[in-house]
Design a protein around this ligand. Structure first.
Ligand code: ADP
Ligand code: MG
Length: 362
């Protein structure tokens, strides 16, 4: 069931040079109730602008915003059932944790016993019940972040907007909070619209992701859909690690395989995996993830196999990152070799190897 809808939304800003900058270019999206939905894209792609349109801090130049199917495009911000958590969570330093959490409800004139009950529920939700009478300064960064979440959730917003809330935390704490925030979203039965430029964070937390670039939505899908079937070259390059091999010429078809000549040789790819690419610099581009490539030190090159030289090896324990250069080519590909590879531990710089690019993974 769609809770939030953006229909053909456009938003431009005047630049300091007097021109126009298109921050959102015909964005259409829908977010379901109780979803953890993430807007993912590089800095400047329009994520915050889209959140501000939903919160009512900006109005679109064209298009509409709906909530529960009702047009809210012109509604004032304070009448919208949404709440926002920012990166700087700005707790009130002189208030206790409980008072911070109850603040929004007090502003709404909520009866005292309701405030007490909801505050207790929220403290349980974020697992800070034992700290209710402390002041924010007596809490760690991660705990403060959870108070900010509880405070924003206390008035029961239909949607919680989170604009890069974890980016100020150090890596270890950020990883913990990613898991914790996902649990809080599930337990609170609230729709989260989350913004990040960190693809790993988006993959970890989200039910669905909208990948954005230059004011446009490039792809919407579950983390697996986006990782396994990127819609275009931008998404393929932005999410995870990817090798690209340009196609010089498509030479034909064999069954459901496309056959093409590339700088590393003739390759076959499953036709159903082929799609339009945003990259127009060549006829087409093949893409394959490092963990989908196969590498062995000896043997015949079968299928999409090419002879290659190893140019670099980095062991990281559970896997090794091996860089290989296919024979007679200037191209380099990254291969992620798992510890169960029979040759694991024996890959060395300058060694000859056979690289295989499985046609169903290309
Ligand atoms: P993101 O959150 O993805 O980093 P934003 O939505 O903040 O991107 O901004 C998108 C683009 O719109 C940026 O180039 C930004 O400079 C521009 N922009 C955003 N808000 C304004 C504004 N109020 N005035 C002028 N330009 C703006
Ligand atoms: Mg932003």
């Amino acid at each position: 069931l769609a809770l939030i809808g953006f229909q053909n939304v456009r938003k431009s800003f005047r630049t300091s040079e007097g021109g126009q900058f298109t921050a959102l270019n015909n964005v259409s999206l829908s977010v379901n109730a109780n979803e953890f939905f993430t807007l993912l894209g590089p800095s400047g792609c329009g994520k915050t602008t889209l959140l501000r349109l939903l919160a009512g801090f900006e109005t679109p130049d064209a298009g509409s915003v709906t909530l529960d199917g009702k047009d809210i495009t012109g509604d004032p911000a304070n009448r919208r059932p949404v709440n926002t958590v920012f990166q700087s969570y700005a707790l009130f330093p002189h208030m206790t944790i409980a008072q911070n959490i109850g603040f929004g409800l007090r502003m709404l004139g909520t009866p005292r016993d309701t405030i007490e009950r909801v505050t207790k529920e929220m403290l349980d939700l974020v697992k800070l019940s034992t700290m209710s009478s402390r002041k924010p300064a007596q809490l760690s960064g991660g705990q403060q972040q959870r108070v900010a979440l509880a405070r924003a959730l206390a008035p029961s917003p239909r949607v919680l907007l989170l604009d890069e809330p974890l980016s100020a935390l150090d890596l270890k704490l950020r990883k913990e909070m990613q898991i914790e925030m996902k649990r809080i979203q599930r337990d609170s039965h609230t729709t989260f619209l989350f913004v990040t430029h960190d693809q790993e964070e988006a993959l970890t937390m989200s039910d669905r992701i909208a990948v954005m670039d230059q004011g446009r939505v490039q792809q919407v899908g579950s983390p697996t859909e986006i990782y396994e079937n990127p819609a275009n070259a931008f998404v393929a390059a932005f999410i995870g690690d990817m090798n690209f091999v340009s196609v010089n010429q498509v030479v034909g078809r064999e069954g459901d395989l496309v056959v093409a000549d590339t700088p590393i040789g003739r390759l076959h790819a499953r036709q159903s995996g082929c799609r339009a690419s945003a990259d127009t610099s060549s006829v087409a581009t093949f893409a394959i993830r490092p963990e989908r490539c196969r590498l062995k030190l000896a043997g015949k090159e079968a299928g999409n196999g090419v002879r290659a030289k190893i140019t670099n090896v980095v062991f990281t324990g559970p896997f090794a990152s091996v860089i290989v250069r296919p024979e007679n080519s200037g191209e380099e590909l990254r291969v992620r070799v798992a510890a169960d590879n029979p040759d694991y531990g024996r890959f060395e710089v300058d060694a000859d190897a056979v690289l295989e690019l499985p046609s169903d993974k290309l």
